[in-house]
Ligand binder design. Structure first.
Ligand code: GAR
Length: 219
């Protein structure tokens, strides 16, 4: 029998949950979170936004919202372990309750995952466990599946293998094969932003417990 409640995240009592959001690109999922936290009933605040590259729209969105930002580029460190240590330290300095990887295109290191175990939320543009990795949209198209979507899940040591919190389904049309998946990705992102905002808010307000890979958020 599976152990009961092997891992849990209790919602912070009496205050908004502190979020650090990590981005690599356009940051539309970050923007959805920025918009959501404007409502105090949402139950979370963004305390910092981190990136693995500079000059991206995601950082501009953070700066426009008056949020603290930091950048750690892998190429600025001697090796991946040093980058992992720097990213872990920068995020830890903001004392987050939850870390959200919203289009962060680097695989997190062991130190980072150990520091925030059970509290890292990722969004992926496919229905996991199908099509993990950096090309979830085009891999689904190339395989010929008829529906795809997005998955919000907790991060573990594997690539997109952590316990699933929620999924959204998006049908694939014949026309999607003509444009390399751009329109499909946009339709996925429309569903994804709403799903991410919904999940992060529920985690912030209610917490979660994980039992045998199943993530339970109290109703
Ligand atoms: C999102 O669709 C996210 O799922 C994907 O990048 C996009 C970021 O969009 N992430 C991955 O593919 C990670 N493997 P955004 O920068 O506009 O939020």
């Amino acid at each position: 029998m599976a152990a009961a409640h092997p891992l849990a995240f209790p919602a912070p009592p009496g205050r908004p949950a502190r979020l650090v959001v990590l981005v690599s690109g356009s940051g539309t999922n970050l923007q959805a979170l920025i918009d959501a936290v404007a409502d105090s009933a949402y139950g979370a605040e963004i305390v910092a936004v981190g990136a693995d590259r500079s000059g991206i729209a995601g950082l501009e969105r953070a700066e426009r919202a008056g949020l603290a930002t930091f950048v750690h580029r892998v190429k600025d460190f001697a090796d991946r372990a040093d980058w992992d240590a720097a990213l872990t330290a920068s995020v830890a300095a903001y004392q987050p309750d939850l870390v959200v990887t919203a289009g962060f295109m680097k695989i997190l290191g062991d130190r980072f995952i150990a520091a925030f175990a059970g509290r890292i939320v990722n969004t992926h543009p496919a229905l996991l466990p199908a099509f993990p990795g950096a090309h979830g949209v085009t891999d689904a198209l190339a395989y010929g599946v008829k529906v795809t979507g997005c998955t919000v899940h907790l991060v573990d040591a594997g690539v997109d293998t952590g316990p699933i919190i929620a999924q959204g389904v998006v049908p694939i049309t014949d026309a999607d094969h003509a444009d390399g998946g751009e329109a499909l990705h946009e339709r996925i992102k429309t569903v994804e932003r709403q799903l991410l905002v919904d999940v992060v808010g529920r985690l912030a307000r209610e917490g979660h417990r994980i039992e045998d890979r199943k993530v339970w958020i109290p109703a």
